[in-house]
Design a protein around this ligand. Structure first.
Ligand code: PLP
Length: 392
């Protein structure tokens, strides 16, 4: 037999391993120092009480012959699809429940969606990039082109008419840069996608962090229904990283190459996916209840307050950054000409703070650093004080 040799083309992802190695080595050599981790990519606050109650009640139903549930529907229960549709309506976007596919998180679908596209497709990603888009397409043997995000375009990469793409990944608000597209910028991408007969795969995993007047969904922008699929997740919206639930929206009229995309995706899901568990779908439904929204918003506001502390510190230090207002990420250009890894070592040694070197997310991340707002408030304040003291 032969294995899929495309795996040989994956680059070893050493970023987080190297961060952990350097951090541990420093901690062992300096056991008296308290290291503050500002690179955490996972949420830290627990699930909202109303969500936990819904999950417990559903677990009780599973214990009773009359209310027990077996396999769920591949595309999710109607109660959750209706709740998600209502959530979209709350910010003015019309999505029919039948266009919503419930899943076990955005990561799976961002990668799995490739099953319905030919391996000949050219895939465009913005650089720096959430590595899942790149690795899943390398595994499928697809050609990848990169659209640079840099200081010049405010880390919002824009289309180049001279480059052709069939599949376009956009992430807004972006991981790792925290930058978020305006409606006008998304319109340009939509026009480019339609011109290229391409499909935009829009990752809105951080939409709940948007507070400025920016689109929370690509479907808020005209033309998107002709060319886009949207992925969303309760991971960062409601602390579901360990609970696992998200949803993918495919407009029912979206067609390519003589095929209806929604039908293809249903065919793919019904062949390879057996749905999300009933208690988790009930927990997800509770997120969208008025009380669920109130409680989960409080957690988001906690992280956003941390993000504001980090952004304000960078502002005061005269360090150029993106994100922090509409995103849990703050992406900075390293001061004093430091490279990403030089600044990583500087922060670790001089401030005992750990952040994530930007070059781990792509060529355009060189000389940049990602801070996250998932630490606790007191540690965030302390970390910013230490960085300020180290730099001035
Ligand atoms: N998309 C982006 C941009 C992310 O940063 C993440 C998680 O970090 C995901 C998707 C994955 O989310 P999930 O936990 O729903 O799989």
């Amino acid at each position: 037999m032969k294995i899929n040799r495309n795996f040989d083309n994956l680059t070893e992802s050493y970023l987080f391993a190297e961060v952990a190695r350097r951090t541990q080595a420093y901690a062992e050599a300096h056991p008296d120092k308290r290291i503050i981790k500002m690179g955490i990519g996972d949420v830290t606050l627990p699930l909202a009480p109303v969500v936990v109650e819904a999950m417990k009640k559903a677990a009780d139903e599973m214990a009773n012959k009359e209310t027990f549930k077996g396999y769920p529907e591949y595309e999710g229960y109607d109660f959750l699809r209706n709740a998600v549709s209502g959530y979209y309506a709350s910010f003015g976007v019309s999505v029919d429940p039948a266009e919503i596919f419930v899943n076990d998180g955005a990561k799976s679908d961002c990668g799995n969606i490739g099953d319905i596209f030919s391996s000949d497709c050219t895939v465009l990603v913005t650089d720096p990039v959430y590595p899942v888009y790149v690795d899943s397409n390398i595994m499928a043997g697809r050609n990848i082109v990169y659209a640079p995000s840099d200081l010049e375009n405010g880390f919002c990469a824009m289309p180049d008419k001279n480059v052709h793409a069939d599949v376009i990944y956009l992430c807004s608000p972006n991981n790792p840069t925290g930058a978020a597209y305006t409606a006008e910028q998304l319109s340009e991408w939509i026009a480019y996608a339609i011109e290229n007969d391409a499909v935009i795969l829009y990752d809105a995993a951080y939409e709940a962090f948007i507070s400025d007047d920016l689109p929370r969904s690509i479907f808020a922008v005209e033309g998107a229904r002709e060319c886009a699929i949207e992925f969303c997740s309760l991971s960062k919206t409601a602390g579901f990283t360990g609970t696992r639930c998200g949803y993918t929206v495919i407009p029912k009229e979206l067609e390519r190459d003589g095929h209806n995309i929604s039908k293809l995706w249903y065919r793919r899901q019904s062949s390879k996916f057996n749905g999300v568990s009933y208690p988790v779908q009930r927990a997800a439904e509770a997120v969208f209840s008025p009380e669920g929204q109130r409680q989960t918003r409080a957690n988001i506001e906690y992280y956003k307050r941390n993000a504001a502390v980090i952004a304000d510190t960078m502002e005061a230090l005269g360090i150029s950054y993106t994100g922090g207002r509409n995103s849990p990420y703050i992406w900075i250009t390293c001061p004093n000409g430091f490279s990403s890894w030089e600044f990583f070592d500087f922060l670790l040694e001089k401030a005992n703070v750990v952040a994530t070197p930007g070059e781990g997310f792509g060529e355009c991340g060189k000389g940049c650093m990602r801070f996250t707002s998932f630490a606790d408030y007191e540690s965030t304040i302390e970390a910013m004080k230490r960085i300020t003291a180290a730099l001035i």
